[in-house]
Design a protein. Structure first.
Lengths: 449, 224
C-alpha cells in the first residue's frame, strides 16, 4: 500500500492540507492552554488572598473570630469559594465545605456539593497555630465549563475550517493536474507522431506558461533539426546517386571491354568517380566534426595576419592562372584564438568561391583588418554577386544556386566556412559589394599580440 | 624493407599486403592489436603500418606501449575519414606519419618509402645536388646547367622537397603537409599551380623536363 498518492498534484494538495490542519490544531491548543492557565491562576490568587485574610482574622481575633467569619462567609465572589476549619482533633468545627480532612498545602480535593453531589475543587490547606487546619477551596466547575465552551467553539470552527481546507486542497490538486495535463497531452501527442502539436501557453506568464513556452521552443528547435536532417539526407542521397551510378556504368562497360587503352581510361574514370564520392563524404564529416566543437580543445593563438599573408602568396598564382587578379592586404599583428589550418581552409574556400564564380578579368580582394575589439577577414569580388534572398540559403549544406550548377562542387564550401567561423565564435556574413559579393568572417575578440 | 602491417579489415589488409610485396617489400601481417603488439616486440621491422581501429587492442594503445617500451621503429597510422582529432592524438602518441582511409595505394607506398629512409641518419646539408640541379639552402640559390634560377619561396620549398627525395615519388598530400602544413585537402590546385610554375622556370631554355609527374601517384625529380 502506498502511503502517498502517486499524483504529484495530489501529493502537493495533501501536504498543503495537512500543514493547514496542523496549523489550525496548534492555534486551537495555544488558545485553550492560554485561557485555561489564566483562569487557573486567577482561582489560585483568590484562594491565596482569602487564606491570607482568614489567617489575619485568626491572628487578630483567635479561633472564635475565625469561626464567626467563616460561618458568615457565604457571599458571592467571582469564584464560588468554600471553606472548612478542622480542630486539633480532626473534627470539622466551621465552614460550609463538606469534605474529609486533607493534608497541608495546594491540592485537588473532592467535596460534596449539596445540589450536585461530589465535585472537584482546588484547595489550599493551611496549618494555623494551635493545631487548627484551615481549608480554602474553589469549585473547579466554572473552569471546566469555560474549558468545555472553548473546546466546543474550537471543535466547530475546526470542523468547518477543515472542510474549507479540504475543498481548497481538492481544487488545488485539480488545478495542478489540469495545468500539467496540457503539457502532458502535448508530449503524448508528439510521441504518438503528431510532431506539429504544441502546448497551449496561457497569458498569465506563470511557471506553467513558461514551461509550456520552453517546451514549444524545444519542439520547434527539434523540428528544425529534423527538417534539416531530412533535407541533408535527401540531398546526400541525390549527390551520391550520380557519381555512384556513373561508377557502376563504367565498371559494367569495363567488364565488357577488352581494348587496353579503353580499359585504362575507364578504370581511371571509375577511380575519379569513387574519389568524388569520398571527397563529398570527407566534406560532410569535416563539417560535422567542426560543428561538434570538440576541436576547440586544441585551439591556440593564431596570427591571422600571417595566415592571410601566406595564403596570398599561395593563392595569387592560382588567380593569375584563371585570368583573375587577387589583391591581398593584411594588417599586421592581428591574433585570434583558433586553429590555423581550419582558418586557412575557411579563407581558401572563400577565395576559391570568388575565383570560381567570377568571370576572367575579375578583381578579388582578400583583406584582414582590426575592427572595434575584433578582427575581420573579408573576401570581396566584383562579379555577379548573390541575390539578397539567396545569401542565407547558400550557407546551408548542399545548397547550390541554379547559376552555378555547371561548376564543380557539392555546395558544401560555404557551410564549412560557416561551421569553422562559428566554432571560433566568429560570424560569417555575405553582403552586396555593388557589384559583386562581400564575404566577411568577423571575430569579435582580438588577442593581444 | 621489412614491414609489419596491422589491419583488421581482410580486404584492405590483402590489398595492401599484395601491393607492398609487388614493390619488393617483405610483409608480416597482424589482424588485431594484440598480435600487432606481439609481432612488433618479437620481430625486427623497418616500418609499422598500424590501423587506428582494431579489435582487442586499438592502434593507439599498441603505439603507446611500443613507445613506452623504447621501440622507435617508424609508425604510420591509418585513421578513419573525417576525424581531424585522430591525427592530433596519433601524432601525440608517437606516430611518425598518418594516412586517412580510404587511400590511394601509391600514397601509402610513397609514405612508406619516406619513413623507411628516415631511419638513416641525415646530416644537416646546406647544399643539395641532383638531376643536374644545385641548390644552396643558405644563400637560397638554385642553378641548373650553370644558370641561376629565381624562385618564389613556395617554389623553392617544393624543389627542396623533391631534391631531398630525388628519384622517389612525393605525393600531392605529402607536399601539402610539408610545405603548407595543411593536413586537409583544400580542393584547389595549389600544388599543381606552384609545381607548374617551378617546372616552367626549371625547364627554361628548352632543357629536358626535370620533374616527372605521374597522375594519381605524384611528382619525382629525375635523378639523372
Amino acid at each position: 500500500m502506498r502511503l502517498l498518492p502517486r499524483s504529484a498534484a495530489n501529493r502537493i494538495a495533501v501536504f498543503a492540507f495537512l500543514a493547514y490542519a496542523g496549523a489550525m490544531l496548534a492555534l486551537g491548543a495555544a488558545v485553550f492552554i492560554a485561557t485555561h492557565t489564566a483562569f487557573s491562576r486567577q482561582i489560585d490568587t483568590t484562594i491565596e488572598q482569602t487564606t491570607n485574610s482568614l489567617s489575619g482574622e485568626y491572628r487578630d481575633d483567635g479561633i472564635r473570630g475565625l469561626t464567626e467569619t467563616l460561618n458568615q462567609l457565604q457571599g458571592p465572589g467571582p469564584v464560588s469559594l468554600g471553606t472548612a476549619l478542622f480542630g486539633p482533633d480532626s473534627q470539622r468545627i466551621a465552614g460550609n465545605l463538606k469534605t474529609s480532612m486533607p493534608a497541608e498545602g495546594w491540592q485537588r480535593i473532592v467535596f460534596l456539593d449539596p445540589l450536585e453531589g461530589p465535585d472537584p475543587a482546588r484547595a489550599k490547606v493551611t496549618m494555623l497555630p494551635g493545631g487548627y487546619r484551615m481549608v480554602v477551596a474553589a469549585d473547579l466547575e466554572s473552569l471546566e465549563a469555560i474549558d468545555r465552551t472553548i473546546l466546543g467553539i474550537f471543535a466547530a470552527a475546526f470542523a468547518s475550517l477543515l472542510l474549507i481546507g479540504l475543498a481548497g486542497a481538492v481544487a488545488l490538486a485539480a488545478y495542478l493536474r489540469r495545468r500539467l495535463a496540457g503539457i502532458e497531452t502535448t508530449a503524448a501527442a508528439i510521441v504518438a507522431g503528431d510532431l506539429r502539436r504544441r502546448a497551449i501557453v496561457g497569458t498569465a506568464g506563470d511557471e506553467f506558461d513558461r514551461v509550456a513556452a520552453s517546451l514549444n521552443a524545444m519542439l520547434d528547435r527539434i523540428a528544425g533539426l529534423i527538417a534539416n536532417l531530412r533535407q541533408v539526407t535527401g540531398d546526400l542521397a541525390h549527390d551520391l546517386r550520380t557519381p555512384l551510378s556513373r561508377l557502376r556504368n563504367q565498371l559494367e562497360r569495363l567488364s565488357g571491354t577488352t581494348h587496353d587503352a579503353d580499359r585504362e581510361q575507364l578504370v581511371e574514370s571509375a577511380i575519379a568517380q569513387a574519389d568524388n564520392v569520398l571527397v563529398l563524404f570527407d566534406a560532410i564529416l569535416r563539417i560535422s566534426e567542426v560543428e561538434e566543437g570538440s576541436l576547440k580543445r586544441a585551439f591556440g593563438p593564431v596570427s591571422l595576419s600571417d595566415v592571410v599573408t601566406e595564403l596570398g602568396e599561395t593563392l595569387v598564382p592560382l588567380a593569375e592562372d584563371a585570368g583573375q587578379a587577387l589583391d591581398v592586404v593584411s594588417e599586421p599583428n592581428l591574433t585570434v584564438q583558433g586553429d590555423r589550418e581550419l582558418l586557412a581552409q575557411a579563407i581558401i574556400n572563400l577565395v576559391e568561391n570568388a575565383l570560381r564564380h567570377t568571370p576572367p578579368g575579375a578583381a578579388i580582394r582578400l583583406n584582414t583588418h582590426a575592427e572595434a575589439d575584433g578582427v575581420a577577414v573579408t573576401v570581396q569580388d566584383n562579379g555577379h554577386g548573390i541575390p539578397g534572398e539567396d545569401r542565407m540559403r547558400v550557407q546551408e549544406r548542399f545548397v547550390r544556386l541554379e547559376a552555378s550548377r555547371a561548376t564543380p562542387g557539392h555546395g558544401l564550401g560555404l557551410s564549412l566556412v560557416r561551421a569553422i567561423a562559428e566554432a571560433h565564435g566568429a560570424s560569417l556574413t555575405l553582403s552586396d559589394a555593388h557589384p559583386g559579393l562581400l564575404a566577411e568572417i568577423y571575430f569579435p575578440q582580438r588577442m593581444p599580440s | 624493407m621489412r614491414i609489419l602491417l596491422a589491419e583488421d579489415d581482410d580486404d584492405t589488409r590483402q590489398f595492401v599486403e599484395r601491393g607492398l610485396e609487388e614493390l619488393g617489400h617483405n610483409v608480416i601481417v597482424a589482424a588485431n592489436g594484440e598480435d600487432a603488439l606481439h609481432l612488433s616486440l618479437t620481430e625486427t621491422v623497418d616500418v609499422i603500418i598500424l590501423d587506428r581501429m582494431m579489435p582487442a587492442l586499438d592502434g593507439f594503445s599498441v603505439l603507446k606501449r611500443l613507445r613506452a617500451g623504447g621501440i622507435a621503429v617508424p609508425v604510420l597510422m591509418l585513421t578513419a575519414l573525417g576525424r581531424i582529432e585522430d591525427r592530433v592524438d596519433g601524432l601525440e602518441a608517437g606516430a611518425d606519419d598518418y594516412l586517412v582511409k580510404p587511400f590511394a595505394f601509391s600514397e601509402l607506398a610513397a609514405r612508406i618509402q619516406a619513413l623507411g629512409r628516415r631511419t638513416a641518419p641525415t646530416g644537416v646539408a646546406t647544399r643539395l645536388a641532383a638531376g643536374g640541379i644545385e641548390m644552396d639552402l643558405l644563400a637560397r640559390e638554385v642553378r641548373r646547367a650553370g644558370q641561376q634560377i629565381q624562385l618564389q619561396p613556395r617554389e623553392f620549398r617544393l624543389l627542396e622537397e623533391l631534391m631531398r627525395h630525388a628519384g622517389e615519388f612525393v605525393t600531392r598530400t605529402m607536399l601539402l603537409e610539408r610545405i603548407w602544413d595543411f593536413h586537409f585537402d583544400p580542393q584547389t590546385k595549389i600544388v599543381e599551380t606552384h609545381m607548374s610554375r617551378l617546372r616552367t622556370k626549371l625547364n627554361e631554355g628548352n632543357l629536358p623536363d626535370a620533374i616527372e609527374t605521374v597522375r594519381g601517384v605524384g611528382y619525382r625529380l629525375r635523378a639523372v
